[in-house]
Each structure stands twice: as C-alpha cells, then as structure tokens.
Design a protein around this ligand. Structure first.
Ligand code: G1P
Ligand code: ZN
Length: 544
C-alpha cells in the first residue's frame, strides 16, 4: 500500500543556488526534511511536475543512492508521469543533459557537487536542468530560492525503495520509472560526433593513453568508450570505479589534484596522451607527454582544429568563453572570422548562445569545454575531440601546442585561489576595486599601463538580460590582464580567484616558465588589489 503524505515543514536556509545548483555539506542535505524541502521547492518553481517526464541521476557520491529514492517518491507524490533514472542512480552531467534532449524530457535533476570531495563530512549537491538540457537559468534558480523561503509542506509517497540495479521499466505509485544504462546513449552520441574508426586505428598503431577517472562517474563511460569501443588497451582507464568518497580524493582534474597523472605524463616512459575528468564528468584535463595544456589553451586548440572531426567539419558558428578564461580563443575566432562571446562564469550563460546557433564551442578556464551537442560542459567529449585531432594530425601534443602558439601567439595564464577568506574581507576587496576602477585607466603598475577596468556586466545578446557584478577586469595596454572575482561554488567563507594573463606574440619567448612570464602581472595585481592586506595571506592556497 502506498500513501501520499503531505508533510508540514518550515522554510529552509536554501541559500541562493550558485553557478551550478545548490551545494552544501552532505550532513546538511541529510538533515531532517532538507533534501525534501529543496526538492519540493524545485518542483514548485518549475510549475509542478504533474504529468512531466524527468531524468534523474548523480555522480555516485555519498548519499546519492538515498537521495534518488527520496526524489523518486516525491516525484510520484507530485504526479510526475515518468522518471528516467540511470542504473544504480548514476548519470554523468553531460549524459543527463543528452538524455533530457534525446528523450524530450521536461528537465532533469542531477545529484552532484561536481569536483568537490564526497563523503558524509564532505559535500553534496543538487541541480536542476531544463528541457534544453542545460542548467536552469537565473530566473528559475531565483524562483527556487524564493520557494525555499516560504515552503510550508511537501508531498512524498510512503513506500519501499525501488531496486535501481536492474535495467527496465517499473512503477511507483502510478508513476513510470525507467531504469536505463547510463552509458549507452552517451556513447552512441560520441560515435556520431567523432571518427571512431580513425581513433581505433590510432590505438592499433600503438598510441598509448592514460585516462584518470578519479574514482568518479566517468569511470564507466571512459572504460566502455575508450577500452571497449575504441580498443585502447586494458588499464588505459585508471581509478575507473566510482566510489562514494572518490577514493578519499578530490575529484578535480587539475595538476594539483591529479598529481599522479601529471607524474605519469612527465615521468619516464610516459604515454602519448593523458586526460582526467571530475566528479560528475563535465570537466576535463589534458596533458601531453611532458606538457600540460591549460583549459584556456585547450579551448583555443579545439576550436582551431574542430573541423578535423566529422561533427564540426563544416566549421564553427562561433566561440564563447567565460570572462576569466584567457583570450587565446578570441584570436582563433578572429582568424576564422566567426563570432566570439565573453560570458560570465558558469555554464548556464552559454545556453542561449548555443540554442540560438550563435556559437558551436564553449569553454571555461576551470577545465570545462563543450559544444552544441549537449547543454553542459563535457569532459569525455573534450578528450575524444583531442583524440580525433591527434588521430588526424599524427603529431605529439607538444608539437601541436608550439605550432598553435607560433600561429596565434601564446596567452600565458594562471589562476590563484585564496580559499576560506572571511566573507567581509573578500567583499571589501572587491568593493574597493569596483570603487576605484574608473580611475585606473592610464595609471602604471610594475611597468604595465592600465587600458581598461570595470566590474563585468554581461548583456545577453539573445534575450537581452543583464547580469551585473560578474568580476573585476583590469586590462593593460600590452594585452596582459588581471581578473578578480569571488567564487560562487565554495561552501566555506569566500574564495577569491585571481586570474592572470599575459600575451606573447614572439615564438622565441613561448618557452618561458609560466610564473616567470606572469611575474609582472602578478606584481601589478598585488599592487592594485592589495590582496595580501585584505586576505591576510602571503600567497594563494592553490595555483593552477
Ligand atoms: C567554478 C568555476 C566555473 C564553473 C563552476 C561550476 O565556479 O570557476 O567556471 O562554471 O565552478 O563548475 P566558481 O567557484 O569560480 O564560482
Ligand atoms: Zn563537474
């Protein structure tokens, strides 16, 4: 017997969902009625789920399995027609986006805190994606937030858990529940975009790769596609079994957290190509033998070479990058004579441009790259596009990079993060820059002359909406740039991100150590923003 319960409840400290849904400590999500209240707020904010079809899955982190059962019972009690769930409650973020689009669902719920660690004492998260497969726009996340502040009851079905391990269709309180292979549709899509025969031949020819799934959700995807379909040798995928605490690690694909991969790629007998992905599979890291490719450079190289893959052989409509991402991609767009857009941080800002067909490829400096094939960034997609390019060019990654820099110039780039800074101090630092930005142009710092400075406001060219206060941009006359903004995804105090960039046209100067190339820009950033004084820190916590 199933019964629908209407549970009286209290508004929650819902906190405005940031750039990618709501992230909280797992124990908060596990607290009395918290997940339920947030889920009901999402349902209410989208006009209820009566007769709707939703996709549901997560990255397998701690509490994923329990949360899926609760959300299913609530969807049933709220009258949803059908829930399509990844087997075992798993779905990578890009795979969920694909399923929403492919199956014509009304949207989807993805359980993840992305690259944040998982576990009972770590982070959990939930995000809602709309019918286009992309993250909910600000108008919807605002409604969700408002709803969390006024909710007085939620609806849930009483009943037993569903067995999510068996693929097939079942039922819960009159709602259809379809349990699907999380990998199959995604793998099929990748096969349509890329020349799998060519990549297969690359592996037959002895090309060696190491893909580090970081104990997260891309393990099953990478194993099925790389080792299964493309015939890469067994063992190409490492850390390929998703675990609730990501093997105790930080599933964040960058040189700091994927140190093992870096070591392998810079060590003796390094493979030809290395890659990693994050908790929910939307981020990527690219490393060649002895060379790390920054996400900003990767975006530029992918854009310049995308035509080598079947899906993009007619060329790109345009390129978009988030504001702090280096301007390497802009130079590619300029040469190709295509549109180039600078958007605020967060994948959702690419949605309108992609939907309108204005851009084909997008990327963020934070290891997110993607295209119009879904409405999320897509880690494995980026890796497969690289493989397709490598299979066509038959050149080492290092050579591809130096040729790219010789053609377009090199944008040296680094990001400095100051974590868990008291919020008042971080806010004061940004506020001061806002106040002085109009006076900066023309002033000199460490030999660099400020050309332009502002707090970035984005005017969406598709729907005309304006997103203000997106971060301080300080551009110098020599093409260098400093960007400062506060993270929207941290869970403790404020995280100050300082993005540093310097353009170098001369190929004779493309081999400098990054810190050396950026030294004047780093010093200018300190002089202008007084980072040490405001944060009380002598140096950044993380440099990527
Ligand atoms: C970070 C990244 C941003 C990305 C977001 C979600 O946000 O910087 O590019 O879209 O995670 O993965 P932030 O913490 O900087 O607000
Ligand atoms: Zn992610």
């Amino acid at each position: 017997m199933t019964r629908i319960l209407t549970v009286p409840t209290q508004p929650i400290d819902g906190q405005k969902p940031g750039t990618s849904g709501l992230r909280k400590k797992t124990k908060i999500f596990m607290g009395p009625h918290y997940l339920e209240n947030f889920t009901q707020s999402v349902f209410d904010a989208i006009g209820g789920v009566q007769d709707k079809i939703l996709i549901l899955g997560g990255d397998g982190r701690y509490f994923n399995d329990r949360a899926v059962q609760v959300i299913l019972r609530m969807a049933a009690a709220n009258g949803a027609a059908r829930m399509i769930v990844g087997q075992g409650g798993l779905l990578s973020t890009p795979a969920a986006s694909n399923l929403i689009r492919k199956l014509g669902a009304d949207g989807g719920i993805i359980l993840s805190a992305s690259h944040n660690p998982g576990g009972i004492d770590e982070d959990f998260g939930m995000k809602f994606n709309g019918a286009n497969g992309g993250p909910a726009p600000e108008s919807v996340t605002d409604l969700i937030f408002t709803r969390t502040q006024e909710l007085t009851e939620y609806r849930i079905l009483e009943g037993a858990d569903l067995d999510l391990s068996v693929i097939g269709e079942t039922e819960m309180g009159g709602m259809a529940v379809e349990i699907v292979d999380p990998v199959a549709d995604y793998a099929q899509l990748m096969g349509e975009l890329f020349d799998f025969d060519l990549i297969r031949n690359l592996f037959i020819g002895g090309f060696r790769m190491r893909f580090d799934a970081m104990h997260a959700v891309t393990g099953p995807y990478a194993t099925a596609i790389l080792e299964g379909i493309l015939g890469a040798p067994k063992g190409t995928v490492v850390n390929g079994t998703p675990s609730p605490d990501f093997g105790g690690g930080h599933p964040d694909p960058n040189p700091v957290w994927a140190a093992d991969l870096m070591q392998a790629m810079f060590g003796k007998d390094a493979p030809d190509f290395g890659a990693a992905s994050d908790g929910d599979g939307d981020r990527n890291m690219i490393v060649g033998r002895g060379i790390y490719v920054t996400p900003s450079d990767s975006l530029a190289v992918l854009a310049a070479n995308a035509h080598l893959a079947p899906a993009y052989k007619k060329g790109l409509a345009g390129i978009a990058r988030s504001m702090p991402t280096s301007r390497a991609a802009d130079r590619v767009a300029e040469k190709l004579g295509i549109e180039c857009h600078e958007t605020p941080t967060g994948w959702k800002f690419f949605g309108n441009l992609l939907d309108a067909g204005r851009v084909t490829i997008c990327g963020e400096e934070s290891a997110g790259t993607g295209s119009d094939h879904v409405r999320e960034k897509d880690g494995l997609w980026a890796v497969l596009l690289w493989l397709n390019i490598l299979a066509r060019r038959i050149e080492p990654v290092e050579q591809i990079m130096s040729a790219h820099w010789a053609e377009f110039g090199r944008n040296y780039y680094s990001r400095h993060d100051y974590e868990a800074v008291p919020s008042e101090r971080a806010n004061a630092l940004i506020q001061r820059l806002r106040d002085i930005s109009a006076d900066l142009p023309g002033q000199q710092f460490q030999g660099l002359t400020v050309e332009q400075a502002d707090d970035f406001a984005y005017h969406d060219p598709v729907d005309g909406s304006v997103s203000a206060n997106q971060g301080i941009r300080i551009g110098f006359t020599d093409g260098s740039r400093v960007v400062l903004r506060l993270s929207g995804t941290g869970t403790e105090g404020a995280t100050l991100r300082v993005y540093l960039e310097r353009y170098e046209a001369d190929p004779a100067r493309h081999g400098l150590p990054v810190e050396e190339a950026l030294a004047p820009v780093i010093a200018a950033a300190e002089e202008i923003a007084l980072i040490r004084e405001f944060t009380g820190r002598a140096q950044p916590d993380v440099t990527t």
